[in-house]
Ligand binder design. Structure first.
Ligand SMILES: [Zn+2]
Length: 149
C-alpha cells in the first residue's frame, strides 16, 4: 500500500512511466506483453526483446509477487543515501517477470526468505526543493506473511 505523504506535499515518481499507484489496488509496475510470443517485460518497451516483434501491449505487474532471491547489503554503494543494512530482493511476479528492488526500510531483515509473498509499496527516496516527496517502488512483506512469522 502507499504511505500517505505529509499534508500538502505531493508524491512524485522517481521516473515517469515506471509505476502507477491505484487508490483501491495499490502500486503496479508498468510492463508490456508481446502480442506475438506472449513474453512480459519490465520496464515497458515498444519492441519485444525476445522475438524483436513490434506491437507490445501495456501490462501491469503486481501488487503481489514472491521473493525469488535476496541479499542483505552492509556496505553502501556510491551515492546510496538510505540507512544500512538494507535488503535487495529479486521478486517474481505471476507473469514470470523478475524485478529487482530494495525491500522497504521497515522490513525485518532476519525474517526474509525465498518464496515469501511481498507486495509493491512506494517509499520516499528524497525530497525536491519545495518539499515534495520523490518516491520509488520497493517491496514489503504482505500482512499475511508477517502474521505467519
Ligand atoms: Zn515477443
Amino acid at each position: 500500500m502507499t504511505s500517505a505523504p505529509a499534508r500538502g506535499k505531493k508524491q512524485i515518481p522517481i521516473e515517469e512511466g515506471l509505476f502507477i499507484s491505484l487508490p483501491q489496488e495499490g502500486v503496479r509496475l508498468c510492463a508490456s506483453t508481446c502480442r506475438w510470443c506472449g513474453e512480459t517485460v519490465f520496464p515497458k518497451r515498444d519492441v519485444c526483446p525476445h522475438c524483436f516483434a513490434p506491437g507490445m501491449e501495456e501490462a501491469l505487474l503486481g501488487p503481489k509477487g514472491r521473493i525469488y532471491t535476496y541479499t542483505v547489503v552492509w556496505q553502501a554503494p556510491v551515492g546510496f543515501l538510505g540507512p544500512l543494512p538494507y535488503a535487495l530482493a529479486v521478486v517474481e511476479f505471476p507473469q514470470r517477470v523478475l524485478v529487482t528492488s530494495l525491500m522497504a526500510q521497515d522490513t525485518p531483515l532476519d525474517s526474509l526468505r525465498i518464496g515469501q509473498e511481498v507486495e509493491l509499496a512506494l517509499e520516499k527516496v528524497t525530497e525536491n526543493e519545495v518539499g515534495d516527496e520523490i518516491v520509488a517502488y520497493m517491496f514489503r512483506p504482505t500482512l499475511q506473511e508477517v502474521r505467519n512469522l
